[in-house]
Design a protein around this ligand. Structure first.
Ligand SMILES: NC(=O)c1ccc[n+]([C@@H]2O[C@H](COP(=O)([O-])OP(=O)(O)OC[C@H]3O[C@@H](n4cnc5c(N)ncnc54)[C@H](OP(=O)(O)O)[C@@H]3O)[C@@H](O)[C@H]2O)c1
Length: 266
């Protein structure tokens, strides 16, 4: 996820490579690769100079967050704004465990950050001031669109946008199968389905009409689209998508609860 964020931030060419510093726990090879590929500064975490850091983005697995906070304890400076993409870790937990009344923002990007097309949520903590929210949003908007949401909506946001790319990939897999069966080669049908999805997405974003209205407009009675939609209904397509989002949101909440019950964090 961190690599996707780096690529997104650098993507539009307006952010200097030398202002991004990456570190990790101990994988030196990975740091060298990021340095070579993106021109960012990649150093051991012991070499970080916190005086020079404005925004610190945490992108570890939840189980590693305690170690991160232990490491930061004696080094963090009060001016450093924390953006945390760590799943399930709440702003209030971070605030309680940061030594200096830190300003924190919980974020939920997705992997389309890689190409600057993420839908990213941000929820500021209670200590976080307007100016910090502005700075955070400015940075995140280099990776795509940013949505300021209340933290209790983070689970449903995760179900829609965090996990969302996978649903669309799955859908495209099914389209590829059908297209291939109908005689198109995989590469051609892949491009056709991606372009069709992109066109539909842009119609919603640019025309600001509801998907229901757009669907009605392209559906003639007894036509091909009506036949396709009828099959979608018959085989539970609509409900399947609805339940996928609910399931992912439920799992997101469950992970948060498990964390709070001290399974991963004390
Ligand atoms: N993938 C997604 O679509 C997505 C979307 C939104 C949010 N997220 C969240 O992003 C987080 C990271 O996910 P991921 O799949 O990118 O994980 P990952 O590939 O395992 O990467 C985790 C990184 O954290 C580093 N790390 C671990 N402990 C550390 C420590 N104590 N100090 C410094 N660095 C440390 C690791 O370094 P080493 O390799 O050296 O151990 C590694 O570079 C998760 O909480 C995930 O839920 C993911």
């Amino acid at each position: 996820m961190a690599e996707a964020m780096i690529a997104g931030i650098l993507g539009k060419g307006k952010f200097p490579h030398s202002q991004i510093i990456v570190t990790n726990r101990n994988n030196q090879q990975r740091l060298r690769k990021l340095n070579t590929k993106y021109g960012v500064i990649a150093i051991k975490r012991e070499q970080l100079n916190f005086e020079e850091i404005d925004i610190l983005i945490l992108v570890t697995k939840p189980k590693d967050i305690e170690d991160v906070l232990h490491f930061l304890k004696t080094k963090l400076k009060p001016h450093v704004l924390i953006l945390s993409a760590v799943a399930g870790i709440t702003t209030s937990w971070l605030e309680q465990n940061m030594p200096l009344g830190q300003q924190v923002i919980r974020i939920m990007p997705n992997t389309s950050s890689l190409i600057g097309e993420s839908a990213t949520a941000m929820s500021p903590g209670k200590n976080t001031r307007e100016q910090a929210i502005f700075r955070g949003k400015e940075l995140l908007s280099k990776m795509g669109s940013v949505y300021l949401i209340e933290e209790d909506k983070m689970d449903i946001f995760t179900g829609i946008a965090g996990s969302g790319p996978a649903y669309f990939y799955f859908l495209m897999e099914q389209i590829e199968k059908a297209g291939n069966e109908g005689g198109l080669d995989i590469q051609t049908v892949r491009e056709i389905s991606a372009q069709t999805m992109l066109g539909a997405a842009k119609m919603v974003l640019q025309h600001m009409e509801s998907p229901a209205r757009l669907r009605e407009k392209v559906t003639s009675p007894n036509g091909t689209t009506a036949a396709g939609l009828a099959a979608l209904e018959k085989y539970g397509g609509g409900m399947a998508i609805f339940q996928a989002i609910r399931g992912a949101a439920f799992r997101s909440k469950e992970i948060s609860t498990e964390l709070q019950k001290n399974k991963f964090i004390r």
